[in-house]
Design a protein around this ligand. Structure first.
Ligand SMILES: Cc1ncc(COP(=O)(O)O)c(C=O)c1O
Length: 357
């Protein structure tokens, strides 16, 4: 640690509507910032959150050489500081995304120290209510000013934090999902495994279309045959079919390696469940549904933890899963993971990074 800290002389705390936090609307007082120049990253420092000067030639605006992460700090229920959940996994994934878009890697221990220091400094922004949390958003982008299509020589890493509401205002609500066979978000050999802006830009149109039709998210199929399942919205997807937990494997490079996905798979194996990471097609899911074997389906991600799928619609067929109700397996994952995050359940895997203040 030991970063230079320049404090904000006017807190943003009072401008926050704590009764209506929503997601990513409010920002805390400080950011961690680090710059890359002449072939190396500086050591990083903490400065006030605020406007940044920018030139119209900023390369990232034109070609999207940018990556990001999303993770959370939870105020412990025993009042003893906060838990930064699996931040090491996010830091490692940031570097995997970096390599796919030619961004220089960042030192993992420095990033972890920067995030810990930030959470400590802005700890009053960690919401007190269970379900709410402080979201951390690291972002790295080319900061050079030029118009040639080439990797930048200069970069900036910024970590901002944002107090966010519970994803579920009233219990875990199963959602309606539209299987997209018109639009795809990623193809083999592309950027699907990276948390980079292009994938999210690619998802907007289909997402908007799904909303218009009354669905909350899109289920993405593979970009070539539009048969194999990739992800759901900005989450990984899991199916419980005939007692077996099945999720698309990561080897195709079209799926983001979710931290929550890994958490769920680790717990499921520990609980003795049959767990399989493999290719699974939408036809297989339809067949399982028709045979009465599709017990549960749910998305996994930092934002919602577990997002049960109540309805999956494909080519005009509505598959209603578990009577549109949350299933016992989804509920158990949700309760266990949130229990660990808030320090109510023993953290056997050392997933939490304890920040005291
Ligand atoms: C495309 C995509 N897939 C999956 C996930 C879930 O990943 P995680 O569990 O690490 O939040 C996310 C969210 O980060 C995402 O953006």
């Amino acid at each position: 640690m030991g970063f230079k800290i320049t404090k904000n002389n006017k807190t943003r705390y009072e401008s926050i509507d704590w009764n209506n936090l929503r997601f990513g609307v409010y920002f805390s007082d400080h950011i961690f910032i680090s710059k890359y120049k002449d072939g190396k990253w500086d050591g990083g420092e903490i400065i006030p959150y605020g406007e940044m000067p920018m030139e119209p030639g900023l390369c990232t605006l034109h070609y999207g050489q940018t990556i990001f992460e999303g993770l959370k700090a939870f105020r412990r229920v025993d009042g003893n500081g906060a838990n930064l959940f699996r931040a090491d996994k996010n830091a490692q994934r940031l570097n995997r995304s970096a390599s796919l878009v030619c961004i220089p890697e960042y030192d993992v221990p420095t990033l972890l120290d920067g995030m810990k220091e930030l959470v400590k400094l802005d700890n009053k922004f960690i919401p007190k209510q269970k379900g709410q949390s402080l979201y951390l958003r690291p972002v790295v982008f080319g900061s050079g000013n030029f118009l040639g299509v080439t990797a930048s020589q200069e970069y900036m890493l910024i970590v901002m934090t944002s107090p966010v509401a519970s994803y579920y205002a009233a219990g875990l609500n199963p959602v309606k999902i539209m299987v997209s066979d018109d639009h795809v978000r990623a193809v083999k050999g592309g950027l699907g495994a990276a948390k980079t802006a292009a994938n999210y830009a690619a998802s907007l149109y289909a997402g908007m279309d799904a909303h218009k039709k009354g669905f909350s998210q899109v289920l993405w199929l593979d970009g070539v045959n539009r048969k194999d399942i990739d992800e759901v919205g900005a989450m990984n997807i899991m199916f419980l079919i005939d007692g077996e937990l099945i999720t698309p494997s990561l080897d195709k490079g079209t799926v983001l390696a979710g931290v929550t996905r890994d958490t769920v798979l680790t717990l499921a194996r520990e609980w003795g469940m049959k767990v399989t990471e493999r290719n699974i097609s939408i036809d297989e899911v339809m067949d399982a549904y028709k045979a009465g074997k599709l017990q549960e389906a749910f998305g996994t991600g930092t934002a919602a933890v577990i997002s049960p799928v109540g309805q999956l619609t494909y080519k005009g067929t509505d598959m209603i899963i578990n009577d549109m109700k949350i299933g016992p397996v989804s509920q158990k994952f949700y309760d266990t993971i949130t229990g660990i995050q808030y320090g109510e359940i023993e953290d056997k895997h050392n997933w939490n990074i304890h920040v005291t203040f």
